[in-house]
Design a protein around this ligand. Structure first.
Ligand code: ATR
Length: 479
């Protein structure tokens, strides 16, 4: 076979075939392969006219079709399937060839695979591809891990097929080994938090302000013209405005209120615990989905008393709506700040040199959390790459200062009325935790020393100390 293809794609389910088409539509010759050949044939029949495809029946045929250094993209299920496909193809490749995993792998698996393949002379590139089917076909956001040499070859291809914002491609090399998949995971964690915050804002507008779904859809549509402008706010307006054709009821009222998850939110929270990164809004969003699915627990709690419900006048509802917008914005800034800080924490732990301005830059297009304010986040990190928090940047600090009262009033109202706002409350609590002069962690240290002699440090002297709590004199010794 003539080795003419710029890239090969194996795994032609939804994401694989969309990416293969995207490459082909941009003029690349794409060799395509799938374990079950019928998928390859159907791609050729339906979309073969879109560009130059080279269909391959076997792994050997696929490899033989690739230009050197070979670029082979794996688009199969994360986990065992990815390992099986790597095991099948790696022996067929040569020094300097590249395997790209564009699936949703756990970053720890990517680190393991990269180390293993590096020893065999193969570049392993873990690439987080965001944006679902639409994104994969028309321009995703691509978070690429792996060696600089591999990005030198792959970068121009990814940057051609990715989303473009203001003339900039939404693809970048994030860092070595698992950095790309790590950032994709945190992207999904932020997505969970953002969606939960939006859902809580809707719930408040409905239960406290008394608006119906269609009215709230209009409110979100208006918000989408301001600083909250984002894909998620845009689609929220669409979903809320939709009427179920069968019943004539608001669509949101006929959907079961138990949220699913594929696990990337859970990975973010699990990893955050290991890194001691307090991504509390992501954690609350993930637990909120879990709680929604606890049917028997919800049935047990349902008869219990809640807060007071007082109808709002039209002007009160309008005022409250403006407060919710401000609280949503502040909470969103916190959620993104938590995710970006988690990336910084991971960079230190794993030795990644991550440019957060570039991360925010490629999140502006193609991916689910694309939002206007990511441009400001990008600018903030470009001006000060070592920024410890978005709130250390004067512009964001000013905005958060300006929304203090409404932010607190919205959380207070949710508590009084008994409307659950785990993510709003977590974001505000995080803010108050970090700005506190003194935290009650001092008391925790006293408790830990009391029952476990864990010792404590003092504010006025160096060293570790223990108080003899069991002795009548409660004397202190340095340990
Ligand atoms: P998507 O999310 O894009 O729909 P996915 O569920 O992540 O896709 O992955 C499905 C793809 O992985 C399919 O191409 C599947 O091949 P088949 O069409 O033959 O089922 C592929 N896949 C899954 N396990 C595989 C394995 N062990 N070896 C090779 N390919 C595998």
């Amino acid at each position: 076979m003539n080795a003419s293809a710029h890239i090969g794609v194996t795994g032609l389910a939804v994401m694989g075939r969309s990416l293969a088409r995207n490459f082909a539509r941009h003029g690349y010759t794409v060799a395509v392969h799938n374990r079950t050949p019928s998928r390859t044939r159907s791609l050729m029949e339906e979309f073969g006219h879109e560009g130059t495809f080279v269909p391959a029946e076997t792994a050997q045929e696929l490899v033989a079709a690739l230009q050197r250094p070979r670029r082979l993209m794996i688009m199969v299920q994360a986990g065992a399937a990815t390992d099986a496909v790597i095991d099948e193809f790696a022996p067929l490749l040569d020094d300097g060839d590249m395997i790209i995993d564009g699936g949703n792998a756990h970053f720890a698996d990517t680190r393991r695979r990269e180390a293993d393949l590096r020893e065999r002379g193969i570049h392993f590139v873990g690439a987080g591809v965001s944006g679902g089917e639409e994104g994969a076909l028309h321009g995703p956001s691509i978070m690429v891990g792996g060696s600089k040499e591999s990005y030198a070859v792959l970068g121009p291809m990814f940057e051609t097929i990715s989303a473009q914002v203001d003339g900039q491609a939404c693809s970048t090399r994030i860092g070595s080994d698992g950095a790309g998949h790590f950032v994709k995971m945190v992207h999904n964690g932020i997505e969970y938090a953002d969606m939960q915050l939006i859902a809580e804002a809707y719930d408040l507008l409905r239960q406290v302000a008394g608006y119906g779904p269609a009215e709230i859809g209009e409110i979100f549509r208006a918000w989408n013209k301001g600083r909250l402008e984002s894909y998620l706010v845009e689609i929220t307006a669409e979903v809320l405005s939709h009427t179920d054709p069968g019943t004539g009821k608001p669509f949101v009222d006929v959907v079961a209120d138990t949220a699913g998850q594929k696990g990337t939110g859970r990975w973010t929270v699990q990893t955050a615990l290991d890194l001691a990164s307090p991504v509390t809004a992501v954690a609350q969003a993930t637990f909120a989905r879990a709680a929604s699915g606890q049917a028997s627990l919800r049935a047990a709690y349902r008869p219990l008393p809640g807060g007071v419900r007082i109808p709002m006048s039209r002007s009160e509802a309008e005022r409250f709506t403006s407060q919710v917008e401000q609280a949503l914005y502040a909470s969103k800034v916190i959620a993104y700040d938590q995710g970006l800080k988690m990336i910084q924490d991971a960079a230190l732990t794993y030795g990644w040199d991550i440019d957060l301005a570039a991360v925010a830059g490629i999140w502006r297009g193609g991916c689910i959390i694309r939002a206007a304010f990511l441009d400001r986040i990008r600018t903030a990190y470009a001006a000060e790459p070592r920024l410890v928090s978005l709130l250390a940047e004067p512009g964001f600090a000013k905005e958060i200062t300006a929304v203090q009262v409404p932010w607190r009033e919205v959380v207070a109202a949710s508590v009084r009325r008994g409307v659950p706002t785990p993510a709003f409350a977590a974001a505000l609590s995080y803010y108050d935790t970090l700005r506190a002069d003194r935290l009650p962690a001092a008391l925790l240290q006293g408790q830990r020393d009391y029952f476990g002699a864990h010792s404590y440090r003092r504010t006025d002297r160096q060293g570790a100390f223990h108080t003899h709590w069991g002795h009548p004199d409660r004397s202190e010794t340095e340990v």
